[in-house]
Write a protein that binds this ligand. Structure first.
Ligand code: ADP
Length: 256
């Protein structure tokens, strides 16, 4: 008698939880547009004033507008990551399963990231190791994963190099992003794929970011039938490795 009551209670709790999850993802889906529109106005209009040559801005006004633009941009990145996470949770992120040549896609990502290096003594390069077969993936999502890894590599590397390598292995293609950056301590390594986790650095340098990038990237890699792993040594560097299934192996239209 007592046991069946508990089971009944559990079932109720489970249903309530499932309902709450649905409400949460529905809320986020509908709010997405509502949140982005005003935010884009903030970013766009502050940028318009900052970039307009006829606007005579006092130093104070310029400073305030710059803060508005960078805070708005940060908030938009955070919002996009949270919405992607909600979409993955709700199984609503559709993935296309196209056969794509990874080389031009990777090269494009590396080129996009070049400006991020700025004047740091960091060499960003791309090496294709032999023939790399077409992979089965969603190009937009694969790009998102690689840009995440690349922006981390550049962000956490003060000097040396960031090298992206592509090669074949037994099951498909492997794309590696290797850096000579600050590395990740062993006790932090178990946490870095957790949502919102950021390693506390001793120095008070603001690295920015949302702590969602790696969690999202691994989930997307897996949803495409691939995997994301890494190895890292403190003060030596890190290598993040994306594996993707060869085009003819994966079923078409893999979904989250
Ligand atoms: P963030 O938005 O903070 O970059 P991520 O999920 O992408 O969030 O990364 C989580 C944390 O993992 C980062 O805050 C950083 O501490 C650590 N990390 C990620 N990539 C690297 C890297 N290439 N080198 C050193 N630390 C890294």
């Amino acid at each position: 008698q007592e046991q069946s009551l508990t089971l009944e209670e559990l079932r109720h709790a489970n249903e309530a939880l499932a309902r709450a999850m649905r409400v949460k993802s529905d809320f986020l889906a509908t709010m997405s547009h509502e949140l982005r529109t005003p935010l884009n106005a903030v970013i766009g209009l502050s940028g318009f004033l900052l970039d307009s040559p006829t606007e005579r801005l006092s130093p104070r006004a310029r400073q305030a507008l710059e803060t508005m633009r960078s805070s708005g941009t940060h908030l938009l990145l955070l919002l996009n990551d949270i919405l992607d996470m909600a979409r993955l949770d709700a199984g609503r992120m559709g993935f296309t399963g196209e056969a794509i040549d990874p080389i031009p896609l990777v090269r494009g990502c590396v080129a996009t990231m070049l400006p991020l290096v700025g004047d740091k003594p960091v060499e960003l390069s791309f090496e294709a190791d032999g023939l790399v077969s077409p992979v089965r993936a969603d190009p937009q999502r694969l790009r998102q994963v690689l840009l995440n890894l690349l922006s981390n590599a550049v962000k956490f590397t003060d000097r040396g190099r960031v090298v992206v390598r592509a090669r074949n292995d037994a099951d498909g293609a492997v794309i590696e992003v290797e850096d000579t950056g600050i590395g990740i301590a062993p006790d932090e390594q178990v946490h870095i794929f957790e949502e919102f986790h950021q390693v506390k650095t001793g120095d008070a340098r603001p690295y920015g970011g949302t702590g969602l990038g790696l969690a999202l990237s691994r989930r997307m890699a897996r949803a495409m039938g691939g995997e994301l792993t890494f190895r890292s040594e403190r003060d030596v560097g890190s290598t993040f490795t994306v594996r993707l299934p060869r085009a003819e192996q994966a079923p078409a239209g893999v979904s989250a």
